[in-house]
Structures are given as C-alpha cells and as structure tokens.
Design a protein around this ligand. Sequence first.
Ligand code: SF4
Ligand code: SF4
Length: 269
Amino acid sequence: MGSNAGSVPFYLKTNRSFSAIRRYAWIFTVLIGLGGQFVPALGLLVPLIMIALVGMSLFKGKYWCGNFCPHGSFFDNLLQPISRHVKIPQFLRSRLLVAAVLLFFIYNMTNRFVRVYGLLGTDSFYERLGFIFANTYLMVLLVGGLLAVVINPRTWCHFCPMGTMQTIFYKLGKALGLTKKTDQKVTIKHPELCHSCGKCARVCPMQLTPYLEFSANHQLGNESCIRCYTCVYNCPAGILQMANKQKLMKEKAVFAENIFYEDFDVQGK
Ligand code: SF4
Ligand code: SF4
C-alpha cells in the first residue's frame, strides 16, 4: 500500500473519549495522586488497578491503556487541548528507555517497600504503604502531564512501566494461547478500498501507522497499539474495525461466499 499522506499535516487533535470511563477516569488520577497526599489510604487502591491491568493484558494486550487508564484519560481529555501535539522523539520510544524506566521503577518500589516493611504490625504501616502508591501516581501525573503538554498527550505511555508490564504479560498470554478469542486488533476489512490517506496514522495517540503495518491477515500486530478505536472512528473509508481472529475468519468466509455467488450470477446470465 503506497502513501498519499506526505503532504498533509500529521498528529491531529481528535476526540478519543468514546465512553464515560475514558472521559471521566482522570478524576481517579487526581483523587489518588493529589488526595492521597492528605489521605494516604487512597493509594491502597493502586495495587487493585495494577492487578486489573496485568490480568487484562494476558487476554487483550494494552487494551487497558486505551480504554480504562485514569492517566490516559487525564492526558487525552484535560491535556490534549493545550498540548503542542508534535512528533514524539524516537529516543522516548526506544527499547533502551523502556527497559531503563522499568528497572528503575522496580528498584525504587522495592527499596520503598523494604523500608515500609519494617513498620509491619504498627498503626502507620498501611498509611505509609498507601503513601508510596499515591506518590507514584502523583509523579506520573506531573511528569506524564508535563510531557503531554510539551510534546504529545501519550508521550509517557511509550515508556510507562505499567504499559511495559502489559506488553510482557501480553507476550505471555499469546504464548499460552490465552489471547485467541479475546484479543481484538485493528483490522482492515477491505484493503483494496484504502485511500492511503494516512488519517489512521495522523489521529493515532501512539503515533503508529496502521495503514502501513497491516499483516497478510489484515490485522495490526503492533504490540504498542492501545486498542483505543481512534483510527477506527476516523477512517474516512470506514474500512477499519476491531476484530479477533474468529470474527476475522467468519467475515472472510462470508466475503468469499458472496464473491462466489456474485460470480455464479454473472456467469449464469
Ligand atoms: S484512514 Fe482508512 S483509508 Fe485512510 S489510510 Fe488509514 S485505513 Fe486507509
Ligand atoms: S492503531 Fe488505532 S487503535 Fe491502535 S493505538 Fe493507534 S489509533 Fe488506537
């Protein structure tokens, strides 16, 4: 598929909040990140979020990032309007940075947990534990927020430790065959109708290029895709959808059947 997208502006600001959760989940981020500084127990909700996102990634890749993440909602809803919305530098998308941030996160959290562990059994144990998570949430709010304004709303998402953990568990889910029925990927229904306009790439929060990356089975295999539907809703040809392998096979079978009958009708005339 060639590209006709070179002469038009890239990185368009578009609506990405297609559900109430995506529109309002940012409240949760502010509540824990800022509220947790005064009521540290709020931070104890974070481990539940971590369990949910890791569990979901085993079956659906980075679906959480595009559809439930409170920070993602904060970046997309509150900060996108004031973001410079420019290209995310390659360095911030590099494997080196992704690995370094994950290792630092693990090291830092382990250190803090070890210190708090000494308080186990005392009244302040849970308060200090909650404070660790609330502080981490606040740090993402500030650093991710700054990057969102100066560069692009989803800049943080390229090296977020939670996103990296999802990618790792997604690979595990694929290896164990857990994703077969549940993993919905961006799918191009009719590649022959693609204008190569690049709109799917220009609206993608993760700055991926779906129209240049579809595999032979018409699906986007890029593990950085957060399944946010933004490309699906914005494709002017209406040829993108989210589909798992089963749906894809079913549609292919129906399509082949229709072609067969069309040929049959033509030849029968
Ligand atoms: S937005 Fe649709 S028509 Fe345009 S390049 Fe992407 S898939 Fe093709
Ligand atoms: S490719 Fe589509 S679904 Fe995936 S992150 Fe980009 S816009 Fe969202």
